[in-house]
Write a new protein. Structure first.
Length: 466
């Protein structure tokens, strides 16, 4: 965790790379070797002395787990046989730090058997690295990656998200484009491509062209205007990249088809061209709808028939003949909400499907992960007098040890306001203290602006769970 945090700070520009003088303190440069040459071996070379320069006999790399030792050695700028000394090794260490691939770099050197130096670099790499993506430039991602491998000995197809690496890489890409006859300025930045997935994207410095119009071809099951209206909600005016646009098609268009039983829709071709009407690009999407699939059954994965029947009753799925995956997703949300109201606060209900391409049928599954059951612990009431607190505790229906329904405290406060139990009732808040080890939930209710004595409430028997 320490390395990752430091990497993020470097990426954000919060921690500067230390000066050479400061880094020298990390160099752990040992005292100069003082062993005298052997007098019994006339072939032995003299050992290096303080302040003297001698050839580098070998270069060792320690601590690396991701980057190859040969690449680190090359990035240091040192070569076996060249002259070595403390200042020369300081400069090599600083070159490695400046690459942006390392959290820390230290070194030590000692005499070799033949009288030269053995220098050892101990590195801590920035372990989180990201794939690269090239958009809107006259070069493909694969072409850029191949070029970078010839220019940067540390590039392994992925890179850290540090500013040092991104700046150097943009310069390298500009050289590649210049060699192809394109004087294009490039910018790079981290982007999110999926939940918890990041990439380093390189694009023209002038920015990407935005989507001005979208059209579809090959569609039959859903009309062009319906597809156009749905994609226009999210795509128009957004910077165009094919990868980003495909993500929009997955989130906006695929569900429309799955609601009609089309499980194998694809978009084999997406083209863009400058718009004739406005500044931007017109995007044309080729649609392969595939075949409509029939629904065989809906079940709960990994559960007995009786458990499955009980969960499906909660799901309230309508009768379906066409495989409508969107209705199954909505049912999963209902089941998850119901389980959390029963005390399973960590419950997750997802969906899955089993497609038979030969029979053109599909089975849908609810995948239920209930997690641990949580119980209620203790209730604290702040901001009311003794009478007011007593009234609140009387209406609070959950007893210690009962299953704790998710959302009940906010529901309870809403009922208190709805019943008008207090005049001039101000802000009310509910705070939950969840113990992940014991799975017990304590609740604190805070009241402001309420009088000392409540009105006499009607006999409700308490505000029970939903």
């Amino acid at each position: 965790m320490r390395r990752i945090s430091l990497s993020l700070l470097l990426f954000a520009g919060i921690l500067p790379v230390l000066s050479p003088a400061q880094q020298a303190q990390r160099g752990r440069t040992p005292a100069p070797p003082t062993a005298p040459p052997s007098t019994t071996s006339p072939a032995a070379a003299p050992a290096p002395q303080a302040g003297r320069e001698f050839p580098i006999d070998s270069i060792l790399i320690e601590g690396n787990r991701i980057l190859p030792a040969a690449g680190i050695t090359a990035a240091s700028g040192l070569k076996v046989g060249q002259t070595g000394s403390g200042p020369i090794f300081d400069a090599a260490r600083d070159r490695l730090l400046a690459t942006g691939y390392f959290d820390t770099v230290a070194y030590q050197y000692k005499p070799a058997a033949n009288g030269g130096y053995v220098v050892t670099f101990d590195v801590q790499e920035i372990e989180t690295m990201y794939p690269i993506r090239v958009e809107g430039l006259p070069a493909t991602t694969d072409e850029v990656a191949a070029f970078l491998k010839t220019r940067d000995p540390l590039f392994i197809g992925k890179m850290p998200g540090t500013q040092a690496v991104i700046r150097r890489t943009t310069a390298e890409i500009e050289q590649l484009l210049e060699g192809k006859g394109h004087a294009e300025k490039v910018t790079g930045k981290m982007i999110v491509t999926a939940p918890e997935r990041f990439e380093v994207q390189f694009t023209p410095r002038t920015g990407l062209a935005v989507v001005s119009e979208v059209s579809f071809e090959g569609n039959k099951a859903i009309s062009g205007p319906d597809l156009h209206n749905k994609i226009s909600e999210v795509a128009f005016g957004q910077p165009f990249t094919e990868n980003g646009f495909r993500m929009l098609l997955q989130s906006q268009i695929i569900p429309l088809y799955e609601a009609k039983g089309y499980m194998k829709v694809s978009f084999p071709k997406i083209t863009s061209s400058p718009s004739n009407d406005v500044t931007g690009v017109d995007v044309k999407v080729s649609v392969d709808e595939g075949t409509e699939y029939k629904l065989v059954r809906v079940a709960v994965a990994g559960r007995s028939q009786s458990e499955s029947a009980k969960i499906l009753k909660t799901a309230k799925l309508p009768q379906m003949t066409i495989a409508n995956f969107e209705q199954v997703k909505e049912a999963a949300k209902r089941v998850q909400e119901s389980m959390r109201h029963q005390g399973y606060l960590d419950a997750r209900v997802t969906t899955d499907k089993k497609v038979d391409d030969e029979k053109k049928t599909v089975e849908f599954f609810l995948v239920v992960d209930a997690g641990e059951a949580y119980t209620f612990g203790a209730l604290a009431v702040n901001g009311l007098g003794l009478d007011g607190e007593a009234a609140i505790r009387k209406l609070w229906s959950i007893k210690p040890g009962d299953a704790f329904p998710d959302g009940y405290p906010d529901y309870f406060l809403g009922k208190v306001k709805e019943e008008g139990l207090f005049d001039n009732l101000g802000a009310t808040t509910a705070q939950k203290k969840i113990n992940p080890d014991t799975h017990v939930v304590d609740v604190t209710l805070d009241f402001k602006g309420a009088p000392q004595k409540p009105k006499k409430p009607r006999d409700t028997g308490g505000f029970g769970p939903f």
